[in-house]
Design a protein around this ligand. Structure first.
Ligand SMILES: Nc1ncnc2c1ncn2[C@@H]1O[C@H](COP(=O)(O)OP(=O)(O)OP(=O)(O)O)[C@@H](O)[C@H]1O
Ligand SMILES: [Mg+2]
Length: 276
């Protein structure tokens, strides 16, 4: 398909984000590190896509490029913008980080309202929207608290509320629950499943946790060791709604084993690279 066809106003978007032939090199002192090479990915509208891969294969790099935070040497990132909604122009992307993703000097309310403020949404309206999302992530009563007064799980809830309140075309999440204890992680996974089923927002979710990817994702992409590219994409056959009990399903175990086998080869290659 040509780019003029892709940009046609009449055409219904068949993808929300398409990344093709992406290459990223970092200059590290005198040497170069090729983080991504020939990275291709297409994520459909309303799809929850999970990306797995060995440590250092370029997952965070890929998200940062899609979010526009980082430049790239070759390839294209094409985001299909939809109609604009409430609160003026919707941003293309919003990121939820593993840690330190929220402003320590801002209250919960002002953290959640931050993106809306940046795009000029009037105070009353942005507070109304922020309060709606604070309630959705079960943080009512903590509007005036500051991040240092919150637990790790609560901080991640603020990060998720902030990203959703801003209503981006694509939600990008970089191991948002990676630093949490197992119980808090399960609780937040469930909350995210419930929230996502309401909004069905297109999402790219990076995780190290195969079970988390199966619980959340419509499709799972496994990356190669660095330089990272997409090695294999698997469809997730588990129907929604999903709960923690979904883990007990036979299909869940079968998919986990398949992903584990694909990933373990790449983890070994990544270790060889880092031992060199
Ligand atoms: N600013 C930088 N300068 C130089 N090299 C970098 C920089 N950022 C990342 N890299 C290198 O690029 C590669 C990919 O890094 P990236 O953080 O994207 O990996 P990742 O898949 O997110 O890893 P992890 O799973 O550990 O979070 C790594 O080899 C890393 O050392
Ligand atoms: Mg990373």
């Amino acid at each position: 398909m040509s780019s003029s066809q892709r940009n046609s106003q009449q055409e219904a978007p068949e993808y929300r984000v398409r990344v093709s032939g992406l290459k990223k090199e970092y200059q590290s002192g005198a040497s170069k590190v090729v983080a991504l090479e020939d990275f291709d990915l297409s994520v459909a509208d309303n799809e929850f896509f999970c990306l797995l891969g060995p440590s250092g294969c370029g997952k965070s790099t890929m998200l940062r490029i899609v979010s526009g935070l980082l430049s790239h040497e070759a390839g294209e990132v094409d985001i299909n913008a939809s109609n604009r909604q409430r609160g003026g122009e919707r941003p293309l992307t919003n990121m939820v980080f593993q840690e330190h993703g929220i402003f320590p000097w801002k209250s919960v309310l002002n953290n959640v309202a931050f993106g809306l403020k940046m795009r000029g949404v009037p105070k009353d309206e942005r507070h109304e929207i922020a309060n709606e999302y604070i309630e959705k992530v079960n943080l009512s009563g903590f509007e005036d608290s500051y991040p240092h007064q919150l637990s790790g799980g609560m901080k991640q809830r603020v990060g998720i509320a902030r990203a959703l309140a801003n209503d981006p075309e694509i939600l990008l999440m970089d191991e948002p629950f990676g630093a949490l204890d197992a119980q808090t992680k399960e609780q937040l996974q469930q909350e995210l499943l419930d929230l996502w089923s309401e909004s069905q927002k297109t999402a790219i979710y990076v995780t190290h946790d195969i079970e988390e990817a199966i619980l959340l994702g419509d499709r799972l992409g496994v990356m190669t060791a660095r330089p990272g590219s997409v090695k294999e994409i698997l469809e997730n056959p588990l129907e929604r709604p999903r709960t923690q009990q979904t883990r007990n399903r036979e299909q869940f175990g079968a998919l986990r084993d398949r992903v584990w086998n694909i990933l373990s080869d790449e983890v070994q290659s990544a270790q060889k690279v880092s031992n060199k």
